[in-house]
Design a protein around this ligand. Structure first.
Ligand code: NAD
Length: 483
């Protein structure tokens, strides 16, 4: 039975590159049937703020496989990015972006570059939970879950096995974010032990990003958190010289979406000159995901041969290397003419018959003993020239409870007691309370409420609290700088 997929032609150059891609899929004999849905600009303009209708959701839920052209997200006006909505609603937790160089046909300094970035797709700062708390300070919550991290790390290892990749590099910033990124890194080390045949390493994201720019050939598979992955995928695509050529897969347990990495390119829309290769490469990833490996191989080899023959769209056309400048449709025709051929110089694609569907089984985490050991009370305070000594004395004089002020920080740096007088202070203060040394009882939550009542009675504007917990006796919060 043919696989039925959902297709959205999208905005800008979307319809042109989608028509070209489907033409190639059909000519190559892909075993597919297509349901077309409308998402993006027209749907937004019809008043649907999410950019996608209920009918389209129903179709996606039925087919489970989505080939999507780029969408233009309107600026402002409360419109939600339909890309992010789809990723989150269908739980597409894994974003996979292969980045390969095609030198000398597409210019890149790194002819051997051939890496895959696997990025967590739902969590991190992309949870989009932001609050302005004082005149001067706005907060964005970085949420990293253990199951979310475990899923993407296991996905990376299973991907390496399925696609015959030898090494995985984990990138985090756990020298600074010891709790969130620290958990991601230690989970990576734990899971790596289950895959002794795969070489592993960890890099701090800043030096890792620099190495992608300067030595990308040293990497094979990279697994990382959402924001870092977003940034390094664009660096990698640029370094490969192929922003217009890259495809990506967004994969979940039950659904998968395939697309080009570039946007809707409104500047060249309707001119018939866009390069359809990014979306075509997304479609090749889809065919492999569906187990139609031989069709995927046929298309990729015909496409590589087209590049090699110097048949280039304007974005990659170079007088010294190109033979003929073509538009979108003509490029598709040239690929179709080469179906069945292989590249002579570039490494040809070769997929065996095995399917590449990856199923992840996460291990349930055993419940830990959670103990409340203190509380951070955050204040909006803009008095007495923001002198931390004065704020500290005011708080020290609040009526006694079992909780005692241990320190005050401003932007994470300890300013009381014994802060450095040079530290610049904003109007946003974190007051850390822990049990008094003499008390030997456990903290009850209503003691935190008492403490807050004392703050309110003293006219101190508390803006939020964070409870401090130990899990199995291990500290589950970071220390202040200087604590
Ligand atoms: P863009 O990728 O659309 O364009 C950047 C530059 O690359 C432009 O000069 C464009 O002409 C060129 N370009 C892109 N794809 C090309 C192709 N296939 N062939 C030839 N040239 C190509 O990025 P942008 O201008 O920042 O974004 C435009 C719109 O796309 C925005 O509304 C953005 O939100 C949206 N966008 C959508 C997606 C998606 O749907 N997945 C991804 C990124 C951006």
């Amino acid at each position: 039975m043919k696989q039925r997929i959902t297709v959205a032609k999208g905005d800008g150059i979307g319809p042109e590159i989608m028509d070209a891609t489907i033409k190639i899929l059909k000519a190559a004999g892909a075993d597919l049937e297509y349901d077309f849905i409308e998402i993006g600009k027209k749907v937004y303009q019809a008043g649907e703020k999410s950019g996608i209708s209920q009918q389209s959701w129903n179709n996606l839920r039925k087919n489970k496989i989505f080939l999507k052209a780029p969408i233009t997200t309107p600026q402002g006006g409360g419109y939600k990015s339909v890309n992010v909505t789809i990723r989150k609603s269908l739980s597409l937790f894994s974003n996979v972006r292969p980045c390969r160089a095609y030198t000398p046909y597409v210019r890149s300094h790194f002819p051997k570059m051939d890496l895959v970035i696997i990025r967590e797709n739902e969590e991190d700062l992309y949870a989009g939970i932001e609050h302005q708390q004082t005149n001067e300070v706005i907060q964005c919550l970085k949420l990293v879950s253990r199951p979310g991290s475990e899923r993407i790390i296991r996905y990376a290892f299973e991907y390496a096995l399925a696609y015959n990749r030898k090494k995985i590099t984990c990138m985090t910033k756990d020298n600074i974010m010891k709790q969130t990124d620290g958990m991601f890194h230690s989970l990576f080390d734990e899971i790596a032990a289950e895959y002794p045949g795969i070489e592993t390493e960890h890099r701090i994201i800043d030096i890792g990003a620099a190495m992608i720019a300067g030595r990308p050939e040293a990497f094979d598979v990279i697994v990382t958190l959402n924001l870092y992955g977003d940034i390094i995928s664009d660096i990698a695509a640029e370094v490969a010289g192929s922003v217009g050529l890259g495809g990506s897969a967004n994969v979940g347990e039950n659904f998968a979406m395939f697309e080009a990495i570039h946007g809707s390119a409104p500047d060249i829309a309707g001119k018939g000159i866009a390069n359809p290769s990014g979306l075509l490469n997304g479609a090749i990833l889809m065919l492999v995901h569906l187990g139609q490996n031989k069709v995927a191989e046929k298309i990729e080899n015909a496409w590589l041969k087209t590049l090699e023959d110097g048949i280039h769209t304007g974005d990659i056309f170079r007088k010294d290397m190109s033979f003929k400048r073509v538009g979108t449709d003509e490029f598709a025709e040239e690929v179709i003419n080469r179906l069945g051929q292989k590249p002579l110089d570039l490494t040809p694609a070769s997929f065996d018959e095995t399917g590449r569907q990856i199923h992840i089984i996460t291990k349930p985490e055993s419940a830990k003993v959670k103990e409340l050991v203190g509380v951070d009370v955050f204040l909006d305070w803009n008095e007495n020239d923001r002198n931390p000594e004065i704020l500290g004395k005011i708080i020290d004089k609040l009526p006694a409870t079992h909780l005692k002020l241990k320190m005050i920080t401003n932007r994470g740096v300890k300013v009381y007691p014994d802060g450095q007088p040079e530290i610049f202070c904003t109007d946003h203060w974190r007051c850390r309370f822990v049990l008094t040394e003499t008390s030997n009882h456990r903290i009850a939550q209503n003691e935190i409420i008492h403490l807050l009542q004392n703050f309110a009675s003293a006219g101190l504007d508390f803006i939020k609290t964070e409870n401090l917990y130990n899990f199995n006796g291990i500290r589950g919060y970071s220390l202040g700088q200087g604590e």
